[in-house]
Write a protein that binds this ligand. Structure first.
Ligand SMILES: C[S@@+](CC[C@H](N)C(=O)[O-])C[C@H]1O[C@@H](n2cnc3c(N)ncnc32)[C@H](O)[C@@H]1O
Length: 409
């Protein structure tokens, strides 16, 4: 409880949840429980915040506030163990601030006494959907038919999905292997394997040997859409940690350059490719400033998996809902346009560039592409079968992605 509260407090102070969890000095046997509690708290933060505002008479320190949020989450998620939860929370609060022990006890017991009435009083959109109001407004305006299912999908637990290395075996053969180990799964979108329930990575047969990778079904659409053939010169412009680079090489023996601007993340590209038994030219540089890393040869295929708000992957990263600012969207859209302009110059005539984001905000997606097409007369957008306007909306089985395939003529 103490560690989960600490992680939530760090996110509230602006740190990503994965960084916050990495910094915690918890016993590894407690790691999964802490993670579960921190993720659950952030998934439901809109409601928990509103509940706590009903219960508190005056402000408390951020660390105590975060701990009480985690405790409320636990009380709601596991009502049968409420006495243990209150005890754990009161002990954790007294470790932080002994004077707040009585207050913590009173707040949590008051919640238990009147939970339904308190929840009924929390009737704002943010409490109901657990997203900031601006986010709800934008999704509602962009997707009038689907906005609620998009928001609700983001609050689900993410599934575990595998990508089979087709050079080694087929998805059907791998499914049969899973079955022999008692692991149940099914095919989604033809190739991805969705597990009935997540399993530890060590239990995934053939993972270490590079037979499979973990990758969302929506993300698995990218490499096939890029339509890479053997020996082509291919650039993965924002490649780290290398999931899509690996997939590209599984599909075709091509000359791949995998680029990323983040030095720490670049190291992970080579590790990931090595596990799969591949190599590529791995470079660290800014894709919108090719002079620093480009060898002058045009590419026949370019994947631009652009940095974005990641609004389509909040199932996996619930902290994103609370870390993003509305102004990030326009800033990211400007960066995405700059990248697109620079990379277009590196594409060979007749070549294809796949633009991808894991966002559901049109300003980073269709609008970025429309603006680009309006100023580039050598670019043509190719239709993508099964993806209306290029947008894959998130649901229980996959994350949300946007794809636009552009051809140079
Ligand atoms: C969506 S992630 C890429 C995920 C990756 N394609 C995969 O499938 O594993 C976006 C990446 O863009 C990188 N990035 C951000 N700005 C960049 C730039 N100017 N040039 C190159 N890479 C950049 C980030 O470091 C991040 O790794």
């Amino acid at each position: 409880m103490y560690a989960a509260g600490d992680a939530v407090a760090q996110v509230r102070a602006g740190r990503s949840l994965s960084d916050a969890l990495e910094r915690l000095e918890t016993d590894s046997s407690l790691g999964a429980a802490v993670q579960d509690l921190a993720y659950g708290t952030l998934r439901n933060l809109g409601l928990l915040d509103a509940l706590l505002a009903e219960l508190l008479r005056k402000p408390v320190k951020p660390a105590v506030h975060a701990l009480l949020l985690a405790a409320l989450y636990q009380l709601r998620a596991r009502p049968r163990t409420s006495h243990t939860t209150v005890d754990q929370a009161v002990r954790a609060v007294s470790r932080l601030e002994p004077a707040a022990k009585g207050l913590a006890n009173a707040v949590l017991r008051n919640y238990l006494r009147a939970a339904d009435a308190l929840v009924a009083r929390c009737d704002s959109d943010t409490a109901h959907y657990s997203y900031p109001q601006w986010w709800i407004d934008r999704v509602r305006a962009a997707w009038p038919q689907h906005w609620e299912s998009i928001l609700n999908a983001g609050n689900l637990h993410p599934p575990m999905t595998l990508r089979v290395n087709r050079r080694r075996l087929t998805a059907e053969q791998y499914l049969a292997r899973l079955g022999e180990r008692g692991i149940k799964g099914e095919l989604v979108g033809g190739q991805a394997i969705l597990l009935e329930r997540p399993v530890p990575i060590e239990s995934v047969p053939g993972f270490g040997a590079g037979e499979v990778s973990i990758q969302d079904a929506g993300a698995q659409l990218a490499a096939p859409l890029l339509d890479v053939r053997p020996d082509m010169r291919v650039l993965d412009a924002c490649a780290a940690p290398g999931s899509k680079s690996g997939h590209i090489l599984e599909l075709a023996d091509c000359a791949l350059t995998a680029l990323d601007s983040d030095p720490a993340r670049v190291l992970r590209i080579s590790d990931n490719l090595a596990r799969l038994g591949f190599s590529a030219r791995v470079a660290c540089g800014d894709c919108s400033a090719p002079a620093g890393w480009w060898d002058g040869g045009l590419f026949e295929r370019i994947l631009l998996d652009a940095p974005c708000t990641a609004s389509g992957v909040v199932k996996r990263h619930p902290d994103i809902k609370w870390l993003r600012r509305e102004s990030d969207i326009a800033q990211l859209a400007a960066t995405q346009s700059r990248m697109l302009d620079a990379l277009w110059q590196l594409l060979a005539p007749g070549g294809k560039l796949l633009y991808a984001t894991c966002s559901v905000f049109p300003q980073e997606n269709a609008q970025t592409i429309d603006i680009f097409l309006a100023r580039s007369n050598a670019a043509r957008r190719l239709p993508l079968a099964g993806l209306e306007q290029g947008q894959l909306l998130p649901d229980a089985r996959h994350d949300g992605f946007f794809y636009a395939l552009l051809e140079k003529h």
